[in-house]
Design a protein around this ligand. Structure first.
Ligand code: HEM
Length: 497
């Protein structure tokens, strides 16, 4: 079995399957990390016919995926997920072609840093609800998921998700699960042998599975978009449907674009926040440092807001450290090479899959002293360009929701620490329970295994302010969305809807 010696080094491969048998289904990024100790920061492997280039070093990832971004802006072909489940309509799986750029141009105006800052009134409302919920319930997972989905549903469709137990949340979870299921490497014969997908349905049972899942997802996205179009106030469904680009798309393609934006924002933001709560359990020392800063800058008689950001460097460092400490996509989001390339003397073939190993880069001992420790202070020592900071990906495929996401993370972290001490629960033996901070799932977005935490109010003033803020805040989304539209106009953004 021929191995191209110009490829980066990597483990020995078997005929036909290559290295597939060496990659576990459970936490595969930890195996890749072990490989990098042996083969170095750029490696190659073979999955069937697919050449995989694995990158465990920040500078190499930036050199290829950022600096040579145009060469590395495609995605690997996942036949089951792309052709059968989403029928080419998932932006994350699209190749970097004219159609992708059409979608990018349609989304860019509503996702720019300036537009993202105008969405703060929704983040303000939803985070006030979250604080209010934490007064009487420690079910932080539910409250964080509700926050994330309600923010995106408000922006995209003009309606809120008020309890987190609605059918919409269940549907969104199911769709994410289906996508992860269909994208699993090594599960579908058709991903290894794409030709199989031309078999008729009765000989290709996986196509029926794909078709069923497609029906569920497409009807949800269409239903939601139609609600958005009928909503009284401004929202992204309206904005996209009258845009020049949106007019060139059939309704289902438009509905998928909107639906994927909501999906992309749901699991990501809530998982990062669960990791933050996990850090409060494993490394509680940082809590009092953060609270001292908040008390000094904000005081105890009002909630922190987005405009406090520049004066709360420690809180910003807590956000960075949360993103680093446990990446939500530890196995990276793969890109693909659009052309053959040469780097450090190695050949990178056209169509090779390029995987930036976030797990290895975030936990690199050369970059981060004692990397398994949660220590926000490491981000205060001034800017160090060699450190891993690409939490939102690379080049032309960088996360388009990152400005909205960063604002959410800041407001949520600042407000939770302003109001609460996050404590471990007390076990049957009367001692605080400990949590295993390495116990994570193996899905594409890797979340911590369920754990408990207790949200103890810091003082009675905080209760009074949280209750008062929640009672008096504007909750009518139509009014909020119209005010966002006005704000966008006043800062000179070009609105169409
Ligand atoms: C803290 C939360 C989030 C994190 C850590 C995160 C991270 C990422 C990463 C690592 C990628 C892959 C980039 C690459 O391939 O190089 C990505 C892609 C993407 N993200 Fe996010 N994301 C977050 C929140 C959001 C939100 C709130 C939205 C929507 C408003 C969003 C929309 C997207 C989309 C549409 C893509 C696909 C881009 C493409 O393929 O060109 N993300 N995100």
């Amino acid at each position: 079995y021929y191995r191209d010696r110009r490829l980066p080094p990597g483990p020995k491969r078997l005929p036909f399957i290559g290295n597939i048998h060496q990659v576990p289904q459970v936490l595969p990024w930890r195996t890749f990390h072990q490989w990098s100790k042996k083969y170095g920061p750029i490696m190659s492997a073979q999955f069937g016919r697919q050449t995989i280039i694995l990158i465990a070093d920040t500078t190499i990832a930036r050199d290829l995926l950022d600096k040579r971004g145009s060469l590395y802006s495609n995605r690997p072909k996942l036949v089951m997920a792309d052709d059968n489940l989403v029928k080419g309509m998932h932006i994350l799986l699209r190749q970097y072609d004219d159609r992708f750029r059409l979608h990018q141009r349609m989304e860019a105006p509503v996702l720019s840093p300036r537009a993202s800052s105008t969405y703060y009134p929704i983040q303000d409302l939803e985070s006030k609800q979250l604080l209010h919920e934490l007064l009487s319930s420690n079910d932080f997972s539910l409250h964080l998921e509700r926050y994330s989905i309600s923010l995106l549903y408000s922006l995209t469709y003009g309606f809120r998700v008020k309890t987190g137990n609605e059918q919409d949340v269940e549907d969104a979870r199911r769709i994410l699960h289906n996508f992860t299921y269909a994208s699993r490497v090594g599960t579908w014969a058709v991903d290894a042998i794409p030709m199989l997908n031309s078999l008729p349905m009765f000989l290709a049972p996986w196509k029926r599975i794909g078709e069923e899942l497609f029906q569920i997802e497409s009807s949800l996205h269409m239903r939601n978009m139609n609600k958005g179009l009928k909503s009284r106030a401004w929202n992204w469904s309206k904005e996209f449907s009258v845009s020049k680009q949106g007019q060139l798309m059939p309704p289902l393609e438009l509905a998928y674009d909107l639906g994927i934006l909501t999906e992309a924002g749901l699991e990501t933001t809530s998982t990062v926040m669960k990791i933050f709560i996990l850090a409060t359990q494993s490394y509680p020392r940082f809590i009092s440092v953060a609270q001292r800063e908040i008390d000094h800058v904000v005081g105890t008689d009002r909630l922190p807001t987005l405009s406090d950001k520049d004066n709360l460097p420690y809180i910003c460092a807590v956000v960075e450290e949360t993103l680093r400490w446990r990446s939500i996509v530890p196995g990276g989001v793969p890109h693909a090479a659009r052309q053959e390339d040469t780097y450090m003397g190695y050949r990178i073939p056209k169509d090779a899959t390029i995987v930036p190993l976030h797990w290895s880069m975030s936990l690199d001992e050369h970059q981060f002293d004692n990397p398994l420790e949660f220590r926000p202070e490491r981000w205060l020592a001034g800017s160090d360009n060699d450190r891993f900071t690409n939490f939102f990906g690379y080049g032309r495929r960088v996360c388009t929701g990152r400005h909205i996401a960063r604002n959410s993370l800041f407001v949520l972290v600042a407000r939770i620490l302003w109001g609460f001490d996050v404590q471990p629960p007390i076990g049957a033996d009367g001692k605080p329970k400990t949590v295993d901070d390495m116990d994570f799932g193996s899905a594409f977005v890797s979340a911590p295994a369920p754990f408990e935490a207790v949200f103890e109010l810091r003082n009675e003033d905080a209760r009074r302010i949280i209750e008062n803020e929640w009672e008096t805040t504007e909750k009518n989304l139509d009014i909020i969305m119209d005010s966002i539209k006005e704000e966008q106009k006043s800062i000179g953004l070009d609105l169409r809807g």
